[in-house]
Design a protein around this ligand. Structure first.
Ligand code: C2E
Ligand code: CA
Ligand code: CA
Ligand code: CA
Length: 276
């Protein structure tokens, strides 16, 4: 596994950098083994009906302070060290357990989305883990959606494609995350068994600008032609939500609706919304 390019900039001293990296990995592993990590959930809202269509599971490391706490920092380290395989299985299982608790609430979301990293595909046992968690909590496969980033989908296309086919056979949904930031060609996209595209936050941020607006419109148009749904991430304002709805985007997710939150808070949030 290659170190993430991002690490190159943290220290001019490569050795110190490596020591630092290994120290964080050690702390992360200890926290994971001590069961200190948490999974938080961010609602996704259907733009036409305003119903909560799903939630995305996002890993949290609550005890930590500073920038280490950010998944954008510790997830690449977990990937680099291989720890993400075990951690990813745990997130998957935890998300299924949470969904089992949520499914009978009024206003229950229809699915839970879980992020999957490349090392999890390489193990060849991802579909087995998925099956196990679904069985354990007696969930229908279509309540689970797996998100893979556009760049990993194109990284090792053969491994990813065969794995996605196996997952599709089980009946889980597949979504391409951060769509528009990678380098997939339409041909590669066409070859993958997928259900939806997640429009990257960077396009949503500048949706008012002509160029980004055009990209969003093109992605939604492409998805519609391919029979895929679209999820816009990082929606922060009413104006963005309105514009996305106008353009025919299916689902929106972002601080405008709610930030990621622990399960017990999500339950209260769903309840308050059902009674509103
Ligand atoms: P992502 O999958 O693109 O997740 C969306 C990120 O945007 C999350 O950051 C979320 O908290 C944040 N976000 C959502 N709405 C808004 C908004 O309106 N404004 C802003 N500024 N941000 C918003 P988070 O939780 O820090 O996660 C960062 C990344 O870490 C994720 O990006 C994902 O790539 C990775 N990650 C998180 N949890 C997991 C996990 O369990 N497994 C794997 N493999 N990766 C994970
Ligand atoms: Ca995601
Ligand atoms: Ca994303
Ligand atoms: Ca993103």
């Amino acid at each position: 596994i290659k170190p993430h390019p991002r690490w190159a900039s943290f220290s001019p001293d490569m050795e110190a950098n490596t020591r630092w990296r290994h120290e964080i990995i050690r702390q992360l592993r200890t926290a994971f083994q001590a069961n200190l990590l948490q999974v938080w959930y961010q609602p996704q809202v259907h733009l036409q009906t305003n119903e909560v269509s799903g939630v995305e599971a996002l890993l949290r490391w609550p005890g930590e302070v500073g920038f280490i706490q950010s998944p954008s920092v510790f997830i690449p380290l977990a990937e680099y060290s291989g720890l993400i395989v075990e951690m990813g299985d745990w997130v998957l299982d935890e998300a299924c357990r949470a969904y089992q608790e949520l499914q009978h609430l009024p206003n229950a979301p229809k699915r839970v989305a879980v992020n999957i990293s490349m090392p999890q595909f390489r193990t060849g046992t991802l579909s087995k883990s998925v099956n196990q968690s679904l069985l354990k909590y007696k969930l229908a496969p279509n309540v689970l959606e797996l998100e893979i980033t556009e760049s990993i989908a194109m990284d090792e296309p053969e491994i990813v494609r065969s794995c996605l086919s196996a997952l599709r056979t089980i009946g889980v949904d597949i979504s391409i995350d951060d769509f528009g930031t990678g380098y997939s060609s339409l041909g590669q996209l066409h070859a993958l068994p997928i259900d939806s595209l997640k429009i990257d936050k960077s396009f949503v941020d500048d949706i008012d600008e002509e160029k980004s607006g055009l990209y969003v419109e093109l992605i939604i148009g492409l998805a519609q032609r391919l029979g895929l749904s679209t999820v816009a991430e990082g929606v922060e304002t009413k104006t963005q939500a309105h514009r996305l709805k106008e353009l025919g985007c299916t689902i929106a997710q972002g601080y405008y609706y709610a930030k990621p939150m622990p399960l017990h808070e999500l339950k209260r949030w769903l309840e308050a919304r059902a009674n509103a």
